[in-house]
Design a protein around this ligand. Structure first.
Ligand code: NAP
Length: 557
């Protein structure tokens, strides 16, 4: 299908509920706000009108109605919808890229890569929906030959939970936002989606929401299949809370901070019928640099790690925050190289004023711990210039930070274990292998971890690997933790606090399983069953029939 949006749509700043822009009934205006361009500090158009309570409730009611309609759609219809969204997002072209760059301060090349990844993700879930194998169909045919009791005909597969509320993060305005991985995987599973727009990139959110709504209309989807709630300003948090408490919402996908994820999980647990919250949160992503690897190429490794710490101003969930090194000449040399690389950058643009505040507070907190040295960076950064004219603005920027400490100080200070979201890293210099392992054993759950090693490092590497594989979702060898592929084998998850659901992944095809639950049908007739469980196997998928993988149709009742 060719892209439908050839001219830039005029943005309204309002919510889009079940295919309709909610401009008819304005808020009082007191709640309205504007996003800020972090690279200049200037306010941006349009004025954003956060969703009203009525908008939120309507979105949820329409989503529930749509859920029943989606249940009778064939997988290929949902696949076509996802492909249409992918076409439309790509069709937004330079307009989408420029809007996201202005709202986030991220570089154009980074946003283009993220846009491509978002389109790829939508297409991957379209393929997945078409094939329907993700539903894990299993059939145990009735068995009357058993001596004790006749086994009934049992058939099971994954079935969608219902409307999903999606909360994206500020640092991925496309891939973890309006039409990102959570939205794509939830739609693929047959769940309608209500996106709570992120206040840091509202124009980007509305642009994408408009084309998702357009794709839904063109593909004949029920109109409540997708809604977008503009959010932020004085209504910050309130919209998300009301959404999570709505009885028609059956699951929540969250990407963002530890505080935000836990707050929403607590709200969901308070409901009379608690619902699952899949929260992907902050992460320190430990990297262990073993002796021989550093002795052979400490400068090159320092370059790789510096690029990973500084990429997107350190504002990626997989940026390395903790580095474990032996206190040896090679280790010291590595720290000196890394300090040199980070020290060359005097200004890193941050996503928003609140992200900058969070970063500067964390830098001050880490630097205040006895036994920690601030090798690069600053505490008490200069305040905005008071002589600036009222309409003049300053970029939202910080300096990178590098800290060093010893293994015992690290182990004993909880303050050193949390994420510092921004361009910073803490190096733990261990005086022995045992001290290194002990310090490493105290790290929190993380999305990813890495080991730099050579064959000569093998003995210690085995112990490091054994520790790390229980603490991370993805373990990288001789490479950095940043750079997440969208593929079938990818795991983007991990133990708490990286996520609150360590058995799931937010990236890759397995992400679809979060929005479903297994359902079993006993002695059902063909018309009672989902298509994927019919005798003749009309979707042609692999099924487990009486314990054996099979694509064949079966004889049955
Ligand atoms: P954030 O401040 O937690 O915001 C994320 C979303 O949650 C926003 O929509 C925000 O909306 C909402 N929210 C936050 N606190 C809330 C509360 N108490 N009640 C209701 N809603 C709440 O995170 P961010 O600054 O956008 O993103 C940066 C963080 O995301 C970093 O920690 C980063 O590591 C993490 N991240 C993780 C992953 C991953 O895959 N694990 C990926 C990307 C980013 P309102 O502000 O309108 O309430």
């Amino acid at each position: 299908m060719p892209p439908m949006t050839t001219t830039p749509p005029e943005l309204s700043g309002f919510s889009i509920v079940a295919g309709e822009v909610r401009t008819r009934r304005s808020t009082t205006g007191a709640d309205a706000f504007r996003a800020v361009n972090p690279a200049t500090g200037a306010e941006l158009d349009p004025l954003i009108h956060p969703a009203t309570d009525e908008d939120i409730d309507l979105a949820c009611t329409e989503a529930w109605t749509a859920f029943a309609h989606l249940g009778v759609r064939e997988p290929r219809e949902i696949a076509r919808f996802l492909d249409a969204i992918a076409d439309q997002v790509r069709g937004l072209g330079a307009l989408l890229v420029a809007t996201a760059v202005a709202e986030t301060g991220l570089k154009q090349a980074r946003i283009e890569t993220e846009r491509d990844r978002t389109v790829f993700t939508l297409r991957m879930f379209a393929d997945l929906a078409r094939q329907a194998e993700w539903m894990q169909p299993a059939i145990d045919t009735a068995d009357s030959s058993r001596p004790t009791r006749v086994r009934p005909d049992l058939r099971s597969c994954l079935r969608p939970l219902g409307p999903v509320a999606v909360f994206g993060a500020s640092n991925f305005p496309l891939a973890y936002s309006t039409a990102g991985g959570d939205t794509a995987s939830a739609l693929a599973s047959g769940c309608p989606v209500i996106v709570k727009g992120h206040p840091a990139h509202p124009a980007t959110g509305e642009l994408v929401a408009r084309v998702v709504a357009e794709a839904a209309s063109v593909e004949g989807m029920p109109k409540g299949v997708f809604s977008y709630l503009a959010a932020g300003g004085r209504r910050e948090h309130a919209i998300g809370e009301r959404l999570v408490l709505n009885a028609n919402v059956r699951a929540v996908g969250f990407t963002g901070s530890f505080e935000g994820g836990n707050a929403l999980a607590a709200i969901a647990a308070r409901r009379p019928d608690p619902i699952p919250v899949f929260a992907e949160m902050g992460s320190t992503n430990p990297i262990v640099l073993l002796e021989d690897a550093l002795a052979s190429r400490s400068e090159a490794i320092a370059d790789e790690i510096a690029a990973s710490v500084l990429g997107s101003s350190g504002q990626m969930c997989t940026c390395p925050g903790l580095l474990f090194v032996r206190r040896t000449p090679a280790g010291e040399q590595f720290v000196a190289h890394l300090a040199d690389r980070l020290g060359r950058v005097d200004r890193a643009i941050m996503l928003s004023a609140s992200v900058r505040t969070g970063y500067t507070k964390r830098v001050e907190q880490i630097a205040s711990v006895r036994g920690v040295d601030l090798r690069v960076g600053e505490t008490n950064p200069p305040k905005p210039d008071p002589n600036l004219a009222a309409d003049a603005h300053e970029p939202i920027a910080v300096r990178p930070a590098l800290f060093t400490t010893d293994a015992a100080t690290f182990r004993e200070n909880a303050k050193l274990h949390d994420e510092a979201f921004g361009p910073s890293a803490l190096v733990v210099l261990a005086s022995s292998d045992a001290a290194l392992l002990e310090a490493l054993g105290s790290v929190q759950g993380a999305l990813a971890g890495a080991i730099y090693r050579t064959p000569s490092d093998e003995a210690l590497c085995d112990k490091v690997r054994a520790l790390l594989e229980h603490r991370v979702g993805r373990l990288v060898f001789n490479g950095v933790t940043t750079g997440v592929e969208v593929s079938h084998a990818m795991v983007h998850g991990g133990p708490y606090p990286a996520t609150n659901q360590p058995h799931t992944s937010a990236v890759g095809s397995s992400a679809v399983r979060r929005w479903c639950r297994p359902t079993c049908y006993q002695n059902a007739s063909q018309r009672d069953l989902p298509l994927v469980l019919h005798n003749e196997n009309p979707l042609g998928v692999h099924r487990v029939v009486n314990g054996q993988p099979s694509r064949e149709g079966i004889a049955g009742p």
